[in-house]
Write a protein that binds this ligand. Structure first.
Ligand code: G3P
Ligand code: MG
Length: 384
């Protein structure tokens, strides 16, 4: 039986018993007295995780298209403010918004897409004209260029300038083709300086590494030599990761290794081989600053319901719907009020009850159940 139907039944009987898993903390929703069924002004916003909640690969899951449609009015205007708060990425936010709009059948703005690498934008002034390397699947260099970085190379292109930097390249059919393409496209760009003699000033791991063996080798070369592969050991340039996820839920039934696993591999090797320990900064959830930024973005979104409670505390509740306890739920908990976490069983978390270490405020099977719950709760305006 659908969650909303259960809630309506419960409302009719005034004994509000919801079929959800145990709730942690001291906020209990089982004892709500329902006083009004009229829709008051919304004082809430929603942050949706993507992988394992909205999508698996490129396939919508958990009734996500229907759930999102409920956040728009009949004319297609956004009724309730929401964002996607994902640690994933690899393409510019505008492109991701277009892709998501097609997959989910609702109009999504670029400003509604917050990716793991979105905070890299803040480092633009520091590295605007410096040579930086962008690592990962998709279009990592394009992502950084669109943020305003003017001298960025993808690790694919950068590696292609150094003959024999990857001793295994000849066994990788895909990189042989790619290297040829990279070299011809970079000739068109007509680079002012030879990347081999220009110091790399920073490395940004934008999205998941495609070729761990090549990327770990080239990153060790860059980071151990002060940004000049093949030269002597020198101080390490800054290294930034878009997230530190150990694993995430893709199309395969069990979780896949994420950027955090890649970071551990790089760090373990680097620390064994070179005299100084690897230094790095990781962004993404569960950092509270990511949730603060999401709140600011939610405040700016146009919505047909006036959701501001007051200028200082615009939202009474912000819902984080995620599948990863240590990332999404832990992040919402660390961010504190007004965040309320909802854990779905559609991705990394598959447990029957709540997570023992990072318990969510609520556990449901799917994102559709989560949205039904939020809309029912906010619509009915329960009193505590
Ligand atoms: O690479 C994607 C993954 O690390 C997490 O994505 O949407 O679950 O935060 P998401
Ligand atoms: Mg996820």
């Amino acid at each position: 039986m659908r969650f909303l139907q259960i809630l309506r039944k419960a409302a009719a009987s005034t004994q509000n018993r919801l079929r959800v898993s145990p709730i942690s903390g001291n906020r209990s929703f089982f004892s709500h007295q329902i006083h009004s069924q009229s829709l008051h002004s919304a004082s809430f916003g929603i942050a949706f995780d993507i992988d394992g909640v909205i999508l698996r690969g490129d396939t919508p899951i958990g009734g996500s298209p229907q759930a999102l449609k409920r956040l728009y009015d009949d004319s297609g205007a956004l009724r309730f403010p929401y964002v996607f708060l994902t640690n994933g990425g690899g393409v510019p936010e505008s492109k991701r918004a277009t892709e998501l709009s097609k997959l989910l059948g609702v109009p999504i703005l670029a400003s509604q897409v917050i990716q793991g690498h979105s905070p890299f934008r803040q480092l633009m002034n520091r590295f605007e004209n410096e040579l930086i390397i962008a690592v990962g699947k998709g279009e990592p260099a394009r992502v950084m260029s669109e943020y305003g970085f003017k001298n960025v190379l993808s690790i694919d292109e950068y590696a292609s300038y150094f003959k024999h930097i990857d001793p295994l390249e000849q066994y990788k059919n895909w990189t042989n083709e790619q290297a040829g393409y990279q070299r011809s496209s970079s000739r068109e760009v007509e680079r002012k300086n030879d990347p081999c003699s220009q110091r790399v000033e920073a490395v940004f791991v934008v999205s998941d590494s495609v070729d761990w063996s090549r990327d770990i080798q080239v990153l060790c070369d860059i980071l151990s030599t002060g940004g000049l592969p093949g030269r002597e050991i020198s101080s390490q340039p800054p290294l930034y990761f878009a997230n530190d996820d150990l694993s995430y839920q893709g199309l395969f039934p069990t979780e896949r290794l994420g950027m955090g696993a890649f970071r551990i591999a790089l760090e373990s090797i680097y620390n064994r081989v070179y005299p100084n320990s690897l230094e790095y900064t990781s962004y993404g959830k569960p950092n509270p600053s990511v949730f603060k930024n999401a709140e600011n973005v939610l405040m700016q979104l146009p919505s047909t319901i006036n959701h501001r409670v007051n200028e200082q505390y615009p939202f009474k509740t912000l819902y984080m719907i995620g599948d990863n306890p240590s990332v999404d739920i832990n992040g919402a908990w660390k961010a504190g009020q007004p965040w309320f976490s909802i854990l779905t069983r559609s991705g990394v978390f598959k447990g029957k009850d709540n997570h023992p270490i990072y318990p969510a405020d609520m556990v449901v099977d799917t994102v559709e159940e989560a949205v039904d719950y939020i809309l029912s709760r906010e619509t009915f305006q329960p009193h505590y």
